[in-house]
Design a protein around this ligand. Structure first.
Ligand SMILES: CC(=O)N[C@H]1[C@@H](OP(=O)(O)OP(=O)(O)OC[C@H]2O[C@@H](n3ccc(=O)[nH]c3=O)[C@H](O)[C@@H]2O)O[C@H](CO)[C@@H](O)[C@@H]1O[C@H](C)C(=O)N[C@@H](C)C(=O)N[C@H](CCC(=O)O)C(=O)O
Length: 510
């Protein structure tokens, strides 16, 4: 249905509207380079530039109207096209997008999954369990997008894309006949400063855990936790029943329940603490575990074909979601036996070399702690970890990563992750400072090799029988971002090439 400017403004805090509210709008964009004739251009002030400076370009490209931020717009009142002055243009983006795409979230069962660790895996597992139970599922995750049976890589380098992309995907899901959307909800996206997920009308909100992440953006841990808890407040948008699911093993789960609207149904899941959906690990091996589950829907045993206690916890969260959606316990448990991890998560590369090589996306202190604790008992030799830390992102985590890895690994090869506009060597020096605190010394305990391809080769060449080489932080990501260019990247492929250069290129072994 054709839309007018006025149609899009409900839910937006408008200061003034200069021009005709009946102006037809054909697209919603926040980048002048993507304006097509008839677009509504939303000007946003960013870290590197200010969208308000690109209003002339947007109008020249055919923008039918512009949305500006009252704090940053100093334009003339007699504008060439209608101007909507709003309190905060970044925050206006989500309600505008939900209205532009006609609130697709209300037509789907939207499931939001937040937490510091395991979001992408649990989002994927939830989508897999619901699809196995006959639902037509869409998914938005750091790793992949999915609409029904079509899956493709998320190349946006955002875990939760901007609101226009999220709402467009949800609309596509509705058109394609999906009944369910599983959305990975990051703290940035949930923060009221950005509010990218406003308008998704979540029916289910899931909290996995809370650790140290993105304090550069949120300021304090309390703010980070409060921002993540926004997902639970968003349940109030839903017309219909809603569920709040929290991990009772995390001491912060109460904050999330406190944000829940009164009519929402609440469920706790846990491996240790008392909970509604209680998992108990009966035994666990290097690549799988066996779990007994007690729930309001009955009791059952499941095989989890993924390594580690944290994956058992992720599976429990996904299974709890499936149970709230009417999937019979037996059916959900049977589907668990066939789940797969997303790309770049704990991928073992085995081409006949006498040591282990694993690629994983772990890139923050908590996931470092978890992965090393899980793998240490399985390694007879040394752990050699290759990693870096992102530029223009949480600076405080760098030394902590170095310290944890320094404590739990034998050799660190410090390298580029995404330096962006920062000095790559300075980032590595900050990680190294943490490694030094853990007693590591340059040359013997850690090496600084910014070039990631070279770092991987050095680590693999240093490995002896029984060692484990852990390539961390890139996982599925298809690029390394530098100030002036983006280097296409394939961590798994790079590891395979490095192994092949040493003569290991047997067909993949189980
Ligand atoms: C660091 C950061 O937050 N960056 C976000 C920010 O970019 P920016 O501040 O650099 O933007 P900018 O280049 O200054 O431009 C400002 C505005 O002018 C516009 N512009 C610019 C140039 C031009 O010619 N014309 C024009 O209109 C831009 O499109 C933009 O709207 O504003 C952009 C537009 O809204 C965002 O897409 C972008 O997210 C980037 C891709 C990003 O990496 N974000 C990260 C921090 C993020 O969102 N992460 C979370 C959490 C991940 C996790 O948990 O690990 C996520 O959900 O992914």
């Amino acid at each position: 249905m054709p839309k007018t400017l006025a149609d899009l403004l409900s839910g937006v805090s408008v200061y003034h509207l200069i021009g005709d509210p009946a102006t037809p709008i054909s697209a919603l964009v926040y980048d002048s380079r993507r304006v097509t004739p008839g677009s509504l251009f939303v000007a946003i002030r960013g870290q590197h530039s200010d969208g308000h400076n690109f209003i002339p370009q947007a109008i020249a490209a055919g923008a039918a109207a512009v949305v500006v931020d009252q704090r940053y717009w100093h334009g003339a009142v007699s504008a060439e096209v209608p101007v909507v002055v709003v309190a905060d243009s970044r925050v206006a983006l989500a309600p505008l997008a939900a209205a532009f795409y006609e609130y697709p979230g209300q037509q789907l069962t939207t499931i939001g999954i937040t937490g510091t660790k395991g979001k992408s895996t649990t989002t994927d597992l939830t989508a897999q369990l619901l699809a196995a139970a006959g639902r037509t599922v869409g998914m938005i995750s750091t790793v992949d997008f999915q609409i029904g049976t079509r899956r493709w890589p998320n190349d946006t380098r955002q875990s939760t894309p901007e609101a226009p992309e999220v709402q467009a995907l949800l609309r596509e899901m509705v058109v394609a006949g999906c009944d369910t959307a599983v959305i990975e909800a990051t703290s940035h996206a949930l923060s009221p400063r950005w509010g990218r997920l406003v308008g998704c009308a979540f029916a289910v909100a899931v909290m996995l855990n809370i650790g140290h992440e993105h304090l550069d953006f949120h300021g304090t841990f309390e703010q980070y936790r409060a921002d993540k808890a926004q997902l639970f407040a968003l349940l109030a948008e839903r017309h219909g029943p809603t569920w709040a699911i929290v991990n009772a093993d995390d001491p912060h789960h109460g904050t999330f329940l406190a944000a829940v609207p009164s009519q929402t149904m609440r469920l706790r899941y846990a491996l240790h603490a008392p909970a509604d959906v209680q998992g108990q690990i009966v035994h666990s091996g290097p690549a799988s575990s066996h779990m007994r589950i007690h729930s309001p829907w009955g009791e059952i045993e499941v095989n989890v074909p993924l390594p580690g206690r944290f994956n058992a916890s992720n599976v429990l969260a996904a299974l709890t979601v499936a149970l709230t959606q009417g999937v019979p316990l037996e059916r959900a448990a049977a589907a668990v036996a066939h789940v797969r991890a997303p790309r770049g998560r704990m991928v073992s590369i085995n081409v006949g070399q006498p040591f282990t090589v694993i690629v994983d996306y772990a890139h923050n202190p908590d996931s470092f702690e978890q992965i090393f604790t899980m793998l240490r008992p399985q390694v007879t030799g040394r752990i050699i970890a290759v990693f870096g830390s992102a530029g223009e992102r949480d600076v405080s985590k760098r030394a902590i990563q170095g310290e944890i890895a320094g404590r739990m690994c034998d050799l660190l090869v410090l390298t580029d992750e995404d330096p962006r506009g920062e000095d790559r060597e300075a980032i590595i020096a900050q990680i190294a400072a943490g490694a030094e605190r853990a007693g590591k010394r340059p040359g013997s305990g850690y090496l600084c090799i910014p070039n990631r391809a070279q770092a991987i080769r050095t680590a693999i060449a240093a490995a002896r029988p029984g060692d484990m080489v852990l390539l961390l932080g890139k996982g599925h990501e298809g690029s390394i971002i530098y100030a002036d260019y983006t280097l296409p990247w394939d961590e798994e492929g790079e590891a395979r090439r490095a192994l092949a250069e040493l003569g290991y290129h047997a067909k993949e072994q189980a």
